[in-house]
Design a protein around this ligand. Structure first.
Ligand code: HAM
Length: 419
């Protein structure tokens, strides 16, 4: 037990951390281009925020939250997603103050009690963006183009954008009724989850992965046929703007997303080789959430992508950069006096900004050269009693084994000039 990690979590070990740093670097680069600013919110929030924000009948809230009572008797939940938290922070810190749209991004751990499998974990990491305070369909297109640009900047191919509109509370009410009329005679064919969704959240039946539910959904009424004028115009404009931006998409009437706060635009980027975890990025508009959380009615849109899934896709397409780990200098000391001299030099080299190392213990020259080689050192600096007596060091170029003598008096200067 003590040496076993909880199910659905992962250690990110040296060697893999470099991939994460690479990805996070790409994220920060692209966020700068689109002028999204980083926000960091707590890993846990009052449970109420997620109940209200995400919706009480969603799978996330019903089955997947890590909720506990803290020592002060408050119900606390590890964040299963970050949109609700960002909205809470937006309201609490009055980020609406300057009247402009707020463009925010985040990178961090999320927690869902999901069934762990490749690409699905209980602690996973999201990069997400939220643009709060604008209703123009242009910003929907901008956010989607941003997502497409991000995936493209990593070199990813075969990623398909699916687009839908889930309408607003007005048009969705009429559609919900039509959908229930459609499914009522087919209730027996649906899985247990969908039978319970029928009353509470019938739209979710449309994206159930169960084959029987998918078959029962064939020919179901499509929400795009029930959109009110405002939602339809918004959806049409969005499609026009996406065409202007050169972003390919296909319409998917079954795309409803798993969180209740969505209105109008809903989208997902799919990478099919990840199978059941093919959704690598998803998002949409959530025009009712800020009001639901106690703010003034404020339109907003965003997306989040699972970094583990992006890394899996990058790995499949061989797009992760080669790791090059190297050290500038290995100090090779022979004898105790030389070890003290080298330890002093080691610290001075590091102060000068060089990566330097030396072996521990009293090792032979051969063993130390081997370690220098393993650490991919560019230079080995060999100092023994003889060299100390002559006040010189032997500097060996590790790539061609060329050696030269350098006076100790100018060693630091010479090594650091070589940087
Ligand atoms: P979501 O679709 O629930 O949306 O999650 C976004 C992405 O997180 C998914 O596309 C997937 O890549 C990743 N993901 C979700 N669950 C897991 C898991 N158990 N293991 C690994 N990866 C996972 C949201 O979270 C919304 N907050 C997105 C959003 C932002 N909508 C508007 N703004």
């Amino acid at each position: 037990m003590l040496t076993t990690i909880p199910r659905g979590t992962k250690d990110i070990l040296p060697g893999a951390v470099e991939d994460w740093l690479y990805l996070e670097g790409k994220i920060r680069d692209i966020c700068r281009l689109y002028q999204f600013k980083e926000i960091r919110t707590p890993m846990f929030e009052h449970t109420e925020l997620f109940l209200r924000g995400i919706g009480e009948t969603t799978d996330v809230v019903e089955k997947e939250m890590y909720t506990f009572t803290d020592r002060g008797n408050r119900s606390i939940t590890l964040r299963p997603e970050n949109t609700a938290s960002v909205v809470r922070a937006y309201l609490q810190n009055k980020l609406y103050g300057d009247g402009n749209v707020q463009k925010l991004f985040y990178i961090g751990s999320m927690f869902r009690y999901d069934k762990p499998q490749a690409g699905r974990y209980r602690e996973f990491h999201q990069f997400g963006v939220e643009a709060i305070g604008e209703q123009d369909a242009l910003i929907d297109a901008e956010v989607i183009a941003f997502a497409a640009h991000f995936l493209k900047s990593l070199g990813l191919k075969d990623v398909a954008l699916k687009l839908n509109s889930v309408g607003c509370p007005t048009c969705r009410t009429a559609y919900r009724k039509r959908l229930q009329d459609f499914f009522r005679p087919k209730l027996e064919q649906l899985c247990d989850d969908c039978r319970s969704r029928f009353e509470r959240n019938p739209l979710r039946i449309l994206d159930c992965k169960n084959e029987k539910c998918q078959a029962a959904s064939e020919g179901a009424p499509e929400i795009v046929d029930y959109l009110c004028d405002d939602c339809r115009t918004h959806f049409e404009k969005l499609q026009q703007y996406l065409k202007v931006a050169g972003v390919d998409f296909s319409l998917d009437a079954r795309l409803v997303r798993g969180l209740d706060y969505y209105t109008k635009t809903a989208f997902e980027f799919k990478y099919e080789p990840l199978g059941a975890q093919s959704a690598i990025l998803g998002g949409g508009r959530y025009d009712g959430l800020i009001e639901e959380c106690g703010g003034k009615p404020t339109p907003a849109i965003g997306f989040a992508t699972g970094l583990e899934r992006v890394l899996l896709a990058l790995e499949k397409q061989n797009l992760l950069p080669q790791k090059q780990e190297s050290c500038d200098i290995s100090l090779i000391a022979l004898g105790e006096a030389a070890r003290s001299y080298c330890f002093d030099m080691l610290n001075k080299l590091r102060q000068k900004g060089l990566c330097a190392r030396m072996s521990y213990g009293d090792k032979s020259m051969r063993a130390q050269i081997k370690q220098a080689d393993k650490s991919s050192s560019r230079l080995a600096v060999i100092i023994g009693d003889d060299e100390l007596a002559k006040q010189i060091a032997i500097v060996r170029n590790m790539s061609d084994s060329e050696q030269k003598e350098v006076p100790l008096a100018s060693l630091l200067e010479e090594l650091s000039a070589d940087k």
